[in-house]
Design a protein around this ligand. Sequence first.
Ligand SMILES: [Zn+2]
Length: 359
Amino acid sequence: MSESALDLTLDGPALTARLVDFPSVSGDEKPLADAIEHALRALPHLTVDRYGNNVVARTNLGRSERVVLAGHIDTVPIADNVPSRLDENGVLWGCGTSDMKSGVAVQLRIAATVPEPNRDLTFVFYDNEEVAAHLNGLGHVADTHPDWLEGDFAVLLEPSDGQVEGGCQGTLRVHLRTTGERAHSARSWMGFNAVHAAGPILARLAAYEPRRPVIDGLRYHEGLNAVGIEGGVATNVIPDSCTVVINYRYAPDRTMAEAEAHVREVFADCDIAEFIVDDHTGGALPGLSHPAAAAFMEAVGGTAQPKFGWTDVSRFSALGVPAVNYGPGDALFAHRRDEHVAVDKITHCEERLRQWLTV
Ligand SMILES: [Zn+2]
């Protein structure tokens, strides 16, 4: 077997080690994407497509449900932690062991070893997850070939320590600007202080009671906070402008429009000159009530946890595909010099998925 080939008959932990030893820092995924494409094309039960360094493989068995297993193939920059190292306690160390080459290894193992799944399967391997959102390969596939991502339910094999993490919260960033009139601070009554005018905004934020809604059995926890404030011209000038930057993290039962309307309502009686939406990404519903998801929860066991941060599950959600994170890695060790994964977690994750997809 050549240096650049992937042997999908290796077991999950050995395949993870092989993937870690095949560097693919964001922007340099092509050799690994080539190897994955090559290995998948050798499997007669899969149809393989490629767009850039994104590889999508599918079964076409005419099953009543289709499940998507997705993972990014890039890693953060290597920190003297490649090649991988397996220690005597069954822990594999190295860049990407948790985030998320162990998950990619499980995807590849399922692709290679479950030729007749009980649900049709789509495997998505994408690039540039660890860098700016506009580079994200899953986003590019969603834009150019949304049909490749169709399904009833999606599992992202991101590090979740073997727990199911459902949905994710949305995030909205707004700049609220108050205005005043400049004056010399020695004659302040001649002006109007824009920083003082921001007072009611801060009072509203300090008194805000965030919602904690339960959706599909998961309890979310919202937050509305000032994350920055800027104002002032000089130490002897009454300022004529002040901007409070706020971030609203909201549960996925609110649409983007509803979230924005809510923030406008919170500050409705504050004297705001400008309300500027600086950044906004919607949340994703956990979708755990979908039959495919319910069967998944039964097979993998445990209790689902809500995801408070934003993840790629919301890209699937935007396409109408409920999605969860479920992978063998541990997010606490992602991006760290001492990144590692317990090999039994890899085996366990693969077994659980195989059970869900074959029984
Ligand atoms: Zn990741």
